[in-house]
Design a protein around this ligand. Structure first.
Ligand code: ADP
Ligand code: ASP
Ligand code: MG
Length: 412
C-alpha cells in the first residue's frame, strides 16, 4: 500500500482590517473577497478586524451621555462590542462566498491581557482554538482591540489596538506574513491628510516606526510595532482599496541603503501641560511628583525642570488631554505635601516630532527644526529628544503650519 501523503503545513497569513476598511456592507464584502483570494492561494488566513467606521467613537459618546465618568470596566465591555459586530459580519460575508469561516471574540481567540482597562497589554496568547479552526479548513476572523484579564474581565488595548492584536497573533502563530490593511497606501513621511505632498515610504525601520507611532502617527498602534520587532515579524501596511504595494516595516539592518537623516514627521494634538510651581529643590521631589501619576497609569511625557533659584524650582511636563484633569487633581494633593506654591494646567497644546535613524549624532537636525519653527513665528514651549527623535511642544492651532514647514525644510 502506498504511504499516505504527509500533510504539509500551509503558510499562515494574518491580515488586519481597520475601521474605514469595514465601514459599510460593501466594504465588508470587499475585505471578504480579499481574504478568500488569499486563502484560495494556499494560505491559512487569520483576519483581525476593527469596529466598523466610527463605531468606537459613537460608543464613547453614548457612554458620556449617560455618565460623566463611566466606570472603566463598563466602558471596556461597551467598546468591545464594536469589534463584536464586525467580526461575525466578515465571517458571514466569507460564508456567502463559499469560504468556511468562524469569528472569535478576544477571549475565545486566547488573547490574555493584564487588567488595566482601556490600556491593557497582551501578556499571553493561547492560540489552540485558532489552530484547531485553521486545521479544520476555516478562516478565523478575530475581533481586534480586546482581550481578557483575570476573572474573565473584558479589556481593551487602547485606541488603535487592533494592530496589536494582529501582530500578537502573527507572533504566536509564527505567521508567514502580517498585512495591515488601512485607508491610506502605507506609511508616509507625514500624515497625508495634513500634508498632501507627503511621500509614501517603501520601507521603514521598526525603531523609526515606533518613534513615529509613539509621537502620534495614528497609522500604527505603538505596541504593535514593539511586538513586531521583538518577534522579527515584517509588517506590510497597505491600502484596502487598491492593490498597490505599501510600506514594509522591518529591521534597520535590512535597509541601510536608503537611510535618511529625517524619515518622517509626526504630530499629536490633544496635549496638555501641567506645571508644579515653586517646588523646594531637594532630593526625592521628582519621585514625589511622578510616582502617584504612574500609580494612576498616567504617562508623563516631555518633562522639564527649570534651573533652581534660591532652592526653588518649577517642574513641567505634558500629558494627553484625556488624562489632564485627573493629573491635575493628583498634583494638587502632591503640591500640598511637598510644599509647592501652585499647580498650573494649560490645554490647547500639540507635539510635533521629526524622526529618523540618521538623526543620531547630527546636531544640525535640531537646529534646522528650531529655525524652521521660529521662521514661521511658532513659539516652542518645550523640547524633548530621543536618539532618533526631536519633539517640540507648540500651540495646537499652529500644527498644520508646523508640519508642512518641517516637511519642506527636511526635503521629505
Ligand atoms: P485604521 O482604522 O485602518 O486602523 P487609522 O485611522 O487608525 O486606520 O490610521 C490610518 C490614518 O493614520 C490615516 O488615515 C492617516 O490620516 C493617519 N496617519 C498619521 N500619520 C500617518 C503617516 N505618517 N502615514 C500614513 N498615515 C498616517
Ligand atoms: N476600534 C478601536 C478604535 O477605534 C480599535 C482599532 O480600530 O484598532 O480605536
Ligand atoms: Mg488604526
Amino acid at each position: 500500500m502506498a504511504a499516505l501523503p504527509e500533510t504539509v503545513a500551509r503558510p499562515i497569513v494574518v491580515q488586519k482590517y481597520g475601521g474605514t476598511s469595514l465601514a459599510t456592507p460593501a466594504r465588508i464584502k470587499r475585505a471578504a473577497r480579499r481574504i478568500a483570494t488569499t486563502q484560495r492561494a494556499g494560505n491559512d488566513v487569520v483576519a483581525v478586524v476593527s469596529a466598523m467606521g466610527e463605531t468606537t467613537d459613537r460608543l464613547l459618546t453614548l457612554a458620556s451621555r449617560v455618565a460623566s465618568e463611566p466606570a472603566a470596566r463598563e466602558l471596556d465591555l461597551l467598546l468591545s462590542t464594536g469589534e463584536g459586530v464586525s467580526a461575525p459580519l466578515v465571517s458571514m460575508a466569507l460564508n456567502e462566498l463559499g469560504v468556511a469561516a468562524v469569528s472569535l471574540l478576544g477571549f475565545q481567540a486566547g488573547i490574555q491581557t493584564d487588567t488595566r482597562h482601556a490600556k491593557a497589554r497582551i501578556v499571553g496568547m493561547t492560540p489552540a482554538r485558532i489552530q484547531r479552526e485553521l486545521a479544520a479548513g476555516r478562516v478565523v476572523v478575530v475581533a481586534g482591540f480586546q482581550g481578557v484579564g483575570t476573572e474573565m474581565e473584558v479589556t481593551t488595548l487602547g485606541r488603535g489596538g487592533s494592530d496589536t492584536t494582529a501582530v500578537a497573533i502573527a507572533a504566536a502563530m509564527k505567521a508567514q506574513g502580517c498585512e495591515i490593511y488601512t485607508d491610506v497606501r502605507g506609511i508616509y513621511t507625514a500624515d497625508p491628510r495634513l500634508v498632501p505632498e507627503a511621500r509614501l515610504l517603501p520601507r521603514i525601520a521598526y525603531s523609526e516606526m515606533l518613534e513615529l507611532a509613539s509621537a502620534g502617527a495614528r497609522v500604527m498602534h505603538p505596541r504593535s510595532v514593539e511586538i513586531a520587532e521583538a518577534y522579527a515579524i515584517e509588517l506590510h501596511v497597505r491600502s484596502s482599496f487598491q492593490a498597490a504595494a505599501g510600506t514594509i516595516i522591518c529591521a534597520e539592518e535590512t535597509m541601510m541603503e536608503d537611510r535618511n537623516r529625517v524619515r518622517g514627521i509626526a504630530h499629536e494634538e490633544q496635549v496638555a501641560r501641567l506645571s508644579v510651581v515653586g517646588v523646594p529643590d531637594r532630593p526625592g521631589i521628582a519621585a514625589a511628583i511622578f510616582a502617584p501619576l504612574a500609580e494612576a497609569d498616567i504617562a508623563a511625557d516631555v518633562i522639564v525642570q527649570t534651573a533652581s533659584h534660591e532652592g526653588i524650582t518649577d517642574m513641567s511636563f505634558t500629558v494627553s488631554l484625556a488624562d489632564s484633569r485627573q493629573a491635575e487633581q493628583i498634583l494638587q494633593g502632591v503640591a500640598k505635601e511637598i510644599g509647592a506654591r501652585t499647580v498650573l494646567a494649560q490645554n490647547g497644546l500639540a507635539k510635533v516630532s521629526v524622526v529618523g535613524s540618521g538623526i543620531r549624532g547630527q546636531a544640525g537636525v535640531a537646529a534646522t527644526m528650531f529655525r524652521t519653527l521660529s521662521g514661521r513665528g511658532i513659539n516652542i514651549e518645550m523640547i524633548s529628544t530621543s536618539e532618533i527623535r526631536i519633539t517640540c511642544i507648540i500651540d495646537a492651532r499652529r500644527v498644520q503650519d508646523a508640519v508642512a514647514a518641517l516637511h519642506q525644510a527636511f526635503n521629505l
